[in-house]
Structures are given as structure tokens and as C-alpha cells.
Ligand binder design. Structure first.
Ligand SMILES: NC(=O)c1ccc[n+]([C@@H]2O[C@H](COP(=O)([O-])OP(=O)(O)OC[C@H]3O[C@@H](n4cnc5c(N)ncnc54)[C@H](OP(=O)(O)O)[C@@H]3O)[C@@H](O)[C@H]2O)c1
Length: 310
């Protein structure tokens, strides 16, 4: 059997993405084959496609972008006992921009009926990154009443979960966003503030008690203000500003143990199913518009999580 997939054979702009037909992949030991119902666009996808993160001119073999996925199990490989054909799941599958994708079974959790496939695909990277960085900031499981956290990029895919999880753990959260998303950030339980010049003064006015910790998720130059607000680079973590982190001595966080990621994804999914968390708005595109969806995300043209629906 063959199916459609988005790939690129050289680095560049959205024009390097092409939809091609290929043989369906076969799940190996511990893997499942998914009929992809939705694959979300993450900033990492267009950063990798651009070649900015590679040391060569072209990838060694055609690359299929994507990680965040929701779909239906179509076949199971050897050793998979907790998933069966027909199960509806969400999680991470390298090469998710496709009609069919192979995923490690342990990187998936069951999709609650209350979430659409598109909503489900919007969750994994944003939610799991949040659990990781809050742990690193010392805002892990437990009651953090009395702690004030600034989340820069609070209306983004990571930011919305960071706000919700920190608020659920008792923290007072101030979240930066553009003018159009101030109300969205407030609805998540944070005090909204505009990002941009003068951020530190605006936050000080909102937090006379002081700021204890800060999470930078936007990569738009707020790190210096966040260090000034918390008083120390050790009280700030960034997931998006590698150069700024190097310059200021702030921790840049990426990657996690897959077992932790599955536990975090399961918890976030449970919170979404019972209404403690809400997803971002989702906007869907066909596979043929993967380049447009990546561009719309890169240039902030469309709010919410952009999701490909094969
Ligand atoms: N290291 C890791 O493990 C990891 C994991 C996930 C993501 N990331 C990175 O984190 C970044 C964000 O990812 P995402 O998926 O959350 O992106 P996203 O959904 O596209 O959100 C980006 C956010 O940035 C905000 N923003 C735009 N201009 C800003 C400014 N000048 N100051 C502050 N915020 C601004 C936007 O706010 P408005 O829409 O309100 O304007 C939007 O909410 C990306 O660079 C991504 O590669 C890293």
C-alpha cells in the first residue's frame, strides 16, 4: 500500500516541501503504524526545514517533518501489548506530516473522546515541554502558592500549558502576549501584560511583591528583562533563545526522557479530558498546504495551533 507524505530533499523556504506518494512504513518492534488524522506544526519543523540547525547543504535523505500527531492505530509491531488496531491515540511520531506514520508505542497515549483529532495533535510538544521546564524551575508537582512566575509568550503553544499548569499548582502567573491575546491569557488564569519595550516596568507595576521565577518561550529578546525581574539568571529558563541564554548565563532547556514525556502527556491529557486544562484554538490545513501552515506559524499570521489534516 502507498500513501501521501510531505517531504523535503533540500533545505530552504516553504517551497522545498513537496507531497509525494510512498510505500507505507512497517512498524518494527515496539512500534505501531498510525493512520494520521492530524499532525500539528511546531516552530521546530520550519527551523529544521530552513537548514538553520544543520551543518550541511541538504539532508542525507528526504526528511518528513512533524512530531505532534493524533490518529488511529492501523497495525502493531512485535512486543506491543497495550495498544491494538483501532485505538485512537495522540503523541509524538517523527515524520507526522503524512497519511501514515510509525510511532513508538510508548510515546502515545489514548485520545479522550472529548478531544477532536486536531485538538489532540495540538497537545504533545506544548504540554510535555511545560511539565519539563516547570520541574526545572522548581515548580514541580505540589503547591506553589506564594510563588510569582512570569511566562513570556503566554499565548503560544507552550505558553498556554505553562500558564495553566503553574496556576493549577498554585503559582501567581503574569503572562506576556500581543494585544490581541490579552483576554486569552487572562482566561487561562494569568494576569496578562504586553510584551515588548518597557516589559520590566510593566511587570513590576503588576507584581509589587516581586517576581520569583520566569520562563521565556518566545525567543524575542525578553531574557535580559526577565533576569532583571527575578534578580538572577538561575531563576530563569528559556526554551527559545539559545544565544541569549549563553550570553546571560540562563539555562536553555531542550529534550527529555521519553518515559517522563509519556507520563506528562498522560497527565495533561487527563486534565484536558476532565476540563482542568483547555487546548489552544486549532486551525486546520490540508497536507498540500504544509508550507503555508509553516509560514503562517513562523510569521505569526494565524493565531492558535496550526494542524495538518491529511
Ligand atoms: N527547547 C524546547 O524544548 C522547545 C519546545 C517547544 C518549543 N520550543 C520553541 O519555543 C518557541 C515557541 O514555541 P511555540 O510552539 O509556543 O510557538 P507559537 O505557538 O508560535 O507561539 C509563539 C508565541 O510568541 C509570542 N510572541 C510573538 N512576538 C513576541 C514578542 N516580541 N515577545 C514575546 N512573545 C512574543 C506570540 O504571542 P502573540 O501571538 O500574542 O503575539 C505567541 O504566543 C519556538 O521558538 C519553539 O521552537 C522549544
Amino acid at each position: 500500500m502507498t500513501s501521501r507524505v510531505v517531504q523535503y530533499r533540500r533545505f530552504g523556504g516553504p517551497e522545498v516541501l513537496e507531497v509525494v506518494e510512498r510505500e507505507d512504513p512497517v512498524p518494527g518492534e515496539g512500534q505501531v503504524l498510525l493512520a494520521v488524522r492530524a499532525a500539528a506544526v511546531n516552530p521546530l519543523d520550519w527551523k529544521l526545514r530552513s537548514g538553520a540547525m544543520a551543518g550541511t547543504d541538504a539532508p542525507p535523505e528526504p526528511q518528513v517533518p512533524g512530531y505532534d500527531v493524533a490518529g488511529v492505530v492501523e497495525a502493531v509491531g512485535a512486543g506491543v501489548t497495550d495498544l491494538a488496531v483501532g485505538d485512537e491515540v495522540l503523541g509524538k511520531a517523527p515524520g507526522a506530516y503524512a497519511e501514515k506514520a510509525v510511532a513508538t508505542a510508548t510515546s502515545l497515549v489514548r485520545k479522550p473522546a472529548s478531544l477532536s483529532f486536531a485538538q489532540a495533535a495540538s497537545v504533545p510538544v506544548g504540554a510535555t515541554t511545560t511539565y519539563r521546564v516547570l520541574d526545572l524551575l522548581g515548580l514541580g508537582e505540589g503547591d506553589h502558592t506564594g510563588t510569582t512566575l512570569v511566562v513570556d509568550g503566554a499565548s503560544g503553544a507552550v505558553g498556554v500549558y505553562a500558564v495553566q499548569l503553574a496556576v493549577a499548582r498554585g503559582a501567581t502567573v503574569i503572562g506576556t502576549a500581543g494585544a490581541a491575546h490579552q483576554d486569552d491569557v487572562r482566561a487561562l488564569g494569568a494576569t496578562p501584560v504586553l510584551y515588548g519595550d518597557g516589559l520590566a516596568d510593566r511587570v513590576r507595576a503588576l507584581a509589587p511583591q516581586g517576581v520569583d521565577l520566569a520562563l521565556e518561550t518566545a525567543g524575542k529578546g525578553a531574557l535580559r528583562d526577565l533576569v532583571a525581574l527575578t534578580g538572577s539568571p538561575e531563576k530563569v529558563i528559556t526554551i527559545a533563545d539559545y544565544a541569549g541564554a549563553q550570553e546571560l548565563g540562563v539555562t536553555f532547556s531542550s529534550g527529555a526522557d521519553p518515559a517522563d514525556e509519556r507520563r506528562w502527556l498522560a497527565d495533561a491529557t487527563e486534565c484536558l479530558a476532565d476540563g482542568r486544562f483547555r487546548t489552544t484554538a486549532v486551525v486546520t490545513y490540508p497536507l498540500e498546504e504544509a508550507g503555508k501552515a509553516q509560514d503562517d506559524n513562523q510569521y505569526g499570521r494565524v493565531a492558535g495551533k496550526l494542524v495538518l489534516v491529511p
